[in-house]
Design a protein around this ligand. Structure first.
Ligand SMILES: [Zn+2]
Length: 198
């Protein structure tokens, strides 16, 4: 928790878009939201994987799936396919950037935007807020358990650091403009969460 100069206690919420470059919804929605809410309380990283976004690839410029590159206990040296975890844990600049942001800002909650599975996934203590997001999006909630995602961000942040981490998998068949209404409601929910916490 962060005490600001006025003595209020706000929680810090980090929202990350475009872990995977071929999932442009996150960047689009964050950019659009910032146009109407420039004074947001949320910390946004609109597009983590810029190379992938420009080239429409899941992986970054080194062919690494950033969501398999985090230095978790279960990181493995994997095949060089679309889920390649890199030559070593946190080998990628984007991964180091996220770790640095989190270590410096110590967020209380993290939301990452993905596609296409239409589900609200969470790691760590984020069940209550995930249920609220599920009601807004009409996607089911699923706690991530045992699914083999070595080196994933959710495992690194949610399971190994106990940082409440939500993975919102958006519907890729829904036009992005139509995602604005529900996803902006999710952002508003997080805005309220960030100022009303404690
Ligand atoms: Zn993804």
């Amino acid at each position: 928790m962060n005490k600001n100069l006025k003595g209020n206690v706000n929680s810090k919420i980090l929202v990350i878009g475009c872990f995977h470059g071929d999932e442009p919804q996150g960047k689009y929605l964050i950019d659009e939201y910032l146009k109407i809410k420039p004074n947001t309380q949320l910390l946004f990283i609109p597009c983590l994987n810029e190379y992938g976004f420009i080239h429409n690839t899941r992986t970054n410029s080194n062919g690494v799936d950033l969501n398999r590159n985090f230095p978790t206990k279960n990181w493995i040296l994997s095949e060089k396919d679309n889920f390649y975890g890199g030559e070593s844990p946190a080998s990628e600049e984007e991964t180091k950037f996220i770790i640095d942001i989190i270590e410096k800002n110590e967020p209380d909650l993290i939301l990452t935007l993905h596609a296409p599975y239409k589900v609200v996934n969470y790691d760590g203590n984020a069940e209550e807020i995930s249920e609220k997001i599920s009601e807004i999006m009409h996607y089911p909630v699923e706690k991530s358990i045992g699914y083999p995602t070595p080196g994933s961000f959710g495992t690194w942040a949610g399971i190994e650091r106990n940082l409440p981490t939500i993975t919102l998998e958006l519907d890729e068949e829904c036009p992005m403009e139509e995602l604005k209404e529900p996803v902006f409601k999710v952002f508003e929910l997080l805005e309220n969460q960030s100022t009303n916490a404690i």
